[in-house]
Design a protein around this ligand. Structure first.
Ligand code: UD1
Length: 411
């Protein structure tokens, strides 16, 4: 793709870094009224054509507010692609319905497979799609295989890439997501960080400062928008539990569920905890498969299918504590002010520990149980939410793109 040559009407990311409404990190140039030259408002009127790509459950939650906000603005034209990495109704369609997302223009239907098969499937499908409909920008979010595959294809086609949730690092290459984050960030032209550690990590890796924007957390945009609606779901009644009278557990990381002995030990720990407090355990398909292989059936937990967004949000909002190995749940519990015990050795989201309700408790069952019982006795201190986790992150991202990119689709 050729970038437009009319540079006078295009604002570079570097120019954006001096001030911006709602974000002291970002700055937008003023309109040049004296000269009558093109100011920021003129630039903003140009159409920006982007292709947003999603593949897995957390992507839907992050991209939904961007699509909605872009739909409200006249300056954007979008295409929307689902890679099909997640495909079961409860892992995909239910999120689209509940979050009010548009139907994708294309579903690549790549489905499950090895990392190589999944990545290659997305790349082949997207190469054709992006070659035919060359956007000004490809927008990806998070750290799943579809995110990295999309960034690779776009970059090789010469299409700028914007990464939402850039710069997060666990510094643990055993996590497939860490590879996905590193590759996506190195290929991205706009790196939108959700917390200050993201900016620090990217700068340390040598990413030019003018490509990095601290914009806040789009997942929290979605949480704030849907919190009231979630309160209307009947999930607590359906499960026969009351507010603050239960814990929620989720487990899906290969490192926690793929080894049978470790999985048995973690489920045993949850069973022990359930003697003190009922434990609701919505089971990810990967985990269900492994539990069946291990012969785990009646373990004293309240097992459910993977829940939709609204029911899960309601469930976590009212929980006494959450035990998880998910990334996004660490952030959601911080805003919901619900204690979160992360069953991992590290987190790529350190602000949730420093300034939220998150505590890293490792993966040893005895340690986790001890931490859970401690939490029952003494819940963590509550702190104000991280800066810019205020429901307005998607607006900031679109402001930056609108003011930085220009042009129409007629190439
Ligand atoms: C993926 C992401 C992970 C993210 C998680 C959120 C990667 C490397 N991992 O992990 O970062 O936290 O999504 O859920 O991209 N399956 C179904 N139905 C589906 C999807 C999956 O039954 O709709 C089952 C299949 O058996 C599949 C397994 O779950 O093999 C794993 O799915 P996959 O997309 O490979 O990874 P997740 O564990 O979901």
């Amino acid at each position: 793709m050729q970038r437009r040559t009319d540079q006078s009407a295009t604002v570079s990311p570097a120019q954006l870094l001096t001030h911006c409404p709602d974000n002291p990190e970002i700055s937008l140039p003023e309109a040049d009224e004296a000269s009558g030259g093109p100011g920021i408002l003129d630039v903003a009127r140009r159409l920006v054509c982007f292709t947003a790509i999603v593949g897995a459950r957390p992507n839907f939650v992050k991209m939904a507010p961007i699509l909605q906000e872009a739909g409200r603005r006249s300056g954007f034209q979008r295409r929307f692609i689902h890679t099909g990495q997640h495909y079961s109704p409860e892992m995909s369609a239910s999120f689209f319905d509940e979050l009010g997302m548009p139907a994708p223009d294309v579903n690549l239907e790549i489905g499950s497979g090895s990392h190589a098969a999944q990545t290659a499937g997305v790349m082949l499908g997207l190469e054709a799609e992006l070659s035919e409909h060359r956007p000004d920008l490809v927008l990806v979010a998070g750290d799943v295989n579809s995110t990295m595959a999309a960034a690779l294809v776009a970059s090789k086609l010469g299409i700028p890439v914007a990464h939402i949730e850039a710069g997060l690092r666990s510094f643990d290459r055993r996590m497939p997501e860490e590879t996905n984050r590193l590759v996506t960030d190195v290929l991205s032209d706009y790196l939108f960080a959700s917390e200050p550690s993201g900016v620090t990590n990217l700068v340390a890796e040598g990413v030019p400062r003018e490509k990095i924007f601290l914009v806040g957390n789009v997942m929290i945009d979605t949480l704030m928008k849907f919190r009231d609606k979630a309160a209307q779901t009947g999930i607590l009644d359906r499960l026969g539990i009351g507010s603050k009278g239960y814990a929620v557990a989720t487990l899906h990381r290969p490192s926690n569920v793929d080894g049978m002995e470790h999985l048995l030990s973690l489920v045993g720990m949850l069973t022990e905890l359930s003697r003190h407090l009922p434990v609701v355990f919505p089971v990810h398909p990967r985990t269900r498969e492994r539990m069946e292989e291990a012969g785990i059936a009646d373990c004293g937990l309240i097992l459910t299918e993977p829940l939709g967004y609204l029911e899960f949000l309601r469930l976590t909002s009212e929980a006494r504590m959450v035990l998880t190995d998910s990334g996004g749940i660490q952030e959601e519990t911080t805003i919901l002010q619900v204690p979160c015990l992360t069953m991992r050795e590290n987190t790529e989201r350190p602000i949730t520990v420093e300034q939220g309700t998150n505590r890293l408790v490792g993966t040893d069952s005895k340690d986790i149980l001890r931490a859970a019982l401690d939490t029952l006795d003494a819940p963590p201190r509550l702190l104000p939410p991280p800066d810019l986790w205020d429901g307005k992150a998607s607006g900031r991202i679109l402001d930056i793109l609108e003011r930085s990119l220009g042009g129409d689709c007629g190439r």
